[in-house]
Design a protein around this ligand. Structure first.
Ligand SMILES: Nc1nc2c(c(=O)[nH]1)N[C@H]1C(S)=C(S)[C@@H](COP(=O)(O)O)O[C@H]1N2
Ligand SMILES: [Mo]
Length: 315
């Protein structure tokens, strides 16, 4: 538990401290261990209540990271308002402790588990993933999380379960945006089971070496790096297994614009704008525009999940 009195250097200049640590790891040559896994970096003693250590993975080690300040101040979290700065300003009201996640639907026995126990299901890993928002901007974020597959194996869904649905918190007293009729609350998202158990899919509990801030979906959010950012449901309280394809919040709101798959695809435009390029968020004026890659650059890893599918129809 972080004490209020603890000095927290990562809160002062998180990015520079973070870079320093990465340089240090590099100098030791540990980052290039052949397996890529196996290096346990000790977290700052004063960081996350949830994270005492994590495994460094090779994902995204060559990427230029989006500064911590941008990752934590330029957000989409409509439960706290629709502008990018709303959730960093308004989300203090979200109480993330205690926090329970329930598992229901096509499951042998429905379960509930506290977040502290859930993150013990599998070791926490750092994975640097690109995130591409459907609106045309992107970031590179050092996530801390656990493979969703480990949680699914623990939950033991029925063999008939073909989909998994993620349901966000929607308490009106903590989330002022849910008093509006903007979306059909609670926010929900879903994956096909083979997407959910893919090794790239994680449940994130932190970023930049510390636990998630509320604006990023504390204490638990989905990260699926080859899909548009809206698939990554935040502040998850319920996980439901089902036999038929769930209809997500965005599919309900605008079915012509938001499909079930939401795979990043530069060749399939959003009805109101092109998806061919993206604006890489970085502090200040120097935000570069770059070409968007198929599956957000993860084609080699996930392309086979969609072989034989028409991705223009299954957008
Ligand atoms: N519950 C919930 N989850 C959500 C959203 C939201 O409004 N509510 N926005 C989504 C969108 S559109 C994006 S791009 C990402 C943004 O994540 P970040 O703010 O951590 O970058 O969260 C996704 N998850
Ligand atoms: Mo998004």
């Amino acid at each position: 538990m972080t004490k209020k009195s603890d000095p927290c250097p990562s809160e002062i200049t998180p990015e520079s401290i973070y870079r320093e640590r990465r340089r240090f790891i590099k100098t030791l040559g540990i980052a290039s261990v052949a397996t890529g896994l196996g290096f346990v970096a000790h977290a700052h003693a004063n960081q996350a209540r949830l994270l005492s250590s994590y495994i460094k993975t090779p994902w995204g080690n060559d990427e230029k990271l989006t500064p911590f300040e941008d990752v934590t101040s330029y957000n989409n979290f409509y439960e706290f308002g629709v502008s990018k700065s709303d959730s960093s300003q308004n989300s203090k009201s979200l109480k993330t402790s205690p926090w329970t996640i329930s598992f229901e639907g096509a499951i042998a026995s429905p379960k509930k588990i506290g977040i502290e126990d859930l993150i013990k299901i599998a070791p926490t890993e750092e994975r640097i993933y690109r995130m591409r928002c459907v609106e045309g901007w992107s970031m590179v974020i050092p996530w801390l999380g656990i493979p969703l597959k480990a949680v699914i194996d623990w939950a033991k869904p029925l063999a008939s379960a073909k989909y998994i649905e993620f349901i966000s918190e929607s308490d009106q007293s903590m989330m002022p945006g849910t008093r509006s009729g903007l979306l059909d609350w609670p926010y929900t998202e879903a994956l096909r089971m083979d997407e959910a158990t893919h090794p790239l899919t994680i449940l994130a509990v932190g970023l930049y070496g510390k636990s998630l801030l509320n604006q990023n979906g504390a204490p638990l959010r989905l990260v699926v790096p080859w899909k548009y950012g809206f698939k990554g449901a935040k502040s998850i309280v319920k996980i439901r297994f089902s036999e038929s394809m769930p209809v997500s919040t965005w599919m309900k709101a605008s079915p012509k614009e938001y499909g079930f798959y939401a795979n990043v695809n530069p060749n399939v435009d959003h009805p109101r704008w092109s998806q061919a390029t993206e604006r890489r968020i970085g502090s200040g004026l120097f935000q570069s525009r770059i070409k968007t890659k198929m599956f957000n650059g993860y084609q080699e890893e996930v392309g086979s999940l969609y072989s034989g599918m028409d991705l223009a129809k299954n957008f």
